[in-house]
Design a binder for this molecule. Structure first.
Ligand SMILES: *Cc1c(COP(=O)(O)O)cnc(C)c1O
Length: 451
């Protein structure tokens, strides 16, 4: 220890070296000084001490790169959960990225009508396309699905009662609990039915003079089996109509296309649920729709009008980048085959197991490590909670706890899953364009240079 301490250089002498001075042009002198101080402090407690200028430069670079990197960074989702809320849900299509770039760099027609030369409304942009694609009369886009529900209940049911099934008072994703969101929206919950069975008559009996709305919540992330019954949107529609109150459908997923040819069955699509006739349908933009985070609210002209006029609409409105990405994503749905190919969430969910296997074999050959094994992916956010999609993974067996950790700690974190004594990197949730990055990160984590 004494030997070591004696060998530590002074900060000043390190930063005066020519090889280190050059770094100040890339970073700043202050940052370089701080980094040198940090490295020397770490060496005092046993950390590595660079031996020459080149090593100092590398150590300083590495330290500053880590210190100055953004908190929100790209990552690789190799969990096999395609729409992973913690990993940012849907990756955007190229068309959506281009649209964001085109709108972000300068002025735009966000609230300006260039034909008429007058002020316009940001609410008009995606609305027309949403109506064309879904058959809805009108639409408004807000921050996320939760915001859509808050706005709907505030505008239509605040200070009065909302009827909801006990089987639908669920938690969906982090911190979205249907009963809590509803209460926070100023409406009083009237629970009907039981956890496993709720009938149309339960709703009918609960409706009274203070009832403002019926809410129907989609079963997004769980399934119940056995002695079960629920009233569908179609069952509830005449009940709401007779009572003269809106039927609000918290639909969640935003599934636009029938994915049953790819084995994903049992969920209705947005156009189908629009035909079922709820007054309002609320869904996320970044789940199966495959677009940016947004809350899309479809409905009748009257109900959407009421939402648009509510003061909260201003607080929950989306920014121009979201509108740009959403409009571009929706535009792809004009041609369903194109949407399926170009919207990454859909491309991932429908990629053939054979194609995934070939990618996995390529990666294993390139890194000369691991093996290819079959596995099952899941959809994640918003729909098909029980679906298991055949897939393939790159699997590793040696020193997996350390490798898993190094993969997470890399410049681009790779998130896989540890199970059955192996580390699984399921390629279904990795866009094929990211395979090269995954290889680079794997090399770093596996190689002797990996930290
Ligand atoms: C995912 C989901 C939500 C929450 O959506 P966010 O866009 O995350 O606010 C609400 N309701 C249902 C039915 C969902 O599936």
């Amino acid at each position: 220890m004494t030997e070591r301490r004696r060998a530590l250089p002074a900060v000043g002498t390190v930063i005066e070296r020519p090889g280190i001075q050059a770094l100040a042009t890339r970073w700043t002198r202050t940052l370089v000084t701080e980094a040198v101080r940090g490295i020397i402090a770490a060496a005092r407690t046993g950390g590595p001490l660079p031996s020459d200028d080149a090593n100092w430069a590398m150590a300083i670079d590495a330290r500053l790169a880590e210190q100055t990197r953004p908190s929100l960074r790209p990552a690789i989702n190799a969990t096999g959960v395609v729409l992973h809320t913690n990993l940012g849900r849907a990756p955007l299509a190229r068309a959506a990225l281009d649209a964001i770039g085109a709108i972000a760099h300068g002025a735009s027609t966000l609230e300006y009508d260039p034909e008429a030369g007058v002020r316009g409304s940001r609410h008009t942009h995606a609305a027309r396309l949403l109506c064309d694609l879904t058959g809805a009369d009108d639409a408004i886009v807000v921050n996320n699905c939760a915001a859509g529900l808050v706005l709907a209940l505030q505008a239509l049911a605040a200070g009065r009662e909302t009827v909801v099934s006990r089987g639908e008072l669920v938690e969906i994703g982090g911190s979205f609990r249907v009963p809590e969101i509803m209460e926070a929206s100023g409406t009083t919950l009237v629970e009907v039915g039981t956890t496993n069975r709720t009938h149309a008559d339960d709703y009918r009996r609960a409706i009274g003079p203070r009832t403002a709305a019926i809410v129907k919540v989609h079963r997004s992330n769980f399934a119940i089996e056995g002695f079960v019954a629920e009233a569908s949107v179609r069952d509830l529609r005449p009940i709401a109509q007779d009572a003269g109150i809106p039927l609000i459908h918290d639909f969640g997923s935003g599934l636009m296309l029938d994915l049953s040819p790819w084995g994903l069955t049992g969920e209705v699509t947005v156009p189908e649920t629009v035909r079922d006739g709820a007054d309002l349908i609320i869904m996320s933009g970044d789940k199966l729709l495959g677009g940016p985070q947004a809350g899309i609210v479809l409905g009748t002209r009257d109900t959407i009008g009421a939402l648009r006029r509510h003061p909260l609409a201003r607080a929950l409105r989306v920014d121009k980048l979201t509108i740009a990405a959403l409009e571009a994503t929706l535009g792809l749905y004009r041609d369903p085959a194109r949407a399926r190919r170009e919207i990454p969430a859909l491309a991932m969910l429908t990629e053939s197991p054979a194609a995934i296997r070939a990618r996995a074999e390529g990666i294993v050959a390139t890194v000369a490590s691991g093996a290819v094994a079959p596995c099952e992916s899941t959809v994640g956010g918003g729909a098909f909670p029980t679906a298991r999609i055949p897939s393939f993974a790159v699997t590793l067996v040696d020193d997996i706890v350390a490798v898993e950790r190094r993969l997470r700690h890399g410049a681009i974190p790779v998130v896989g899953r540890l199970a059955d004594g192996r580390l699984w990197l399921d390629l279904r949730s990795v866009p094929p364009e990211d395979d090269a990055v995954l290889v680079a990160m794997l090399r770093e984590a596996l190689g002797p240079g990996g930290r």
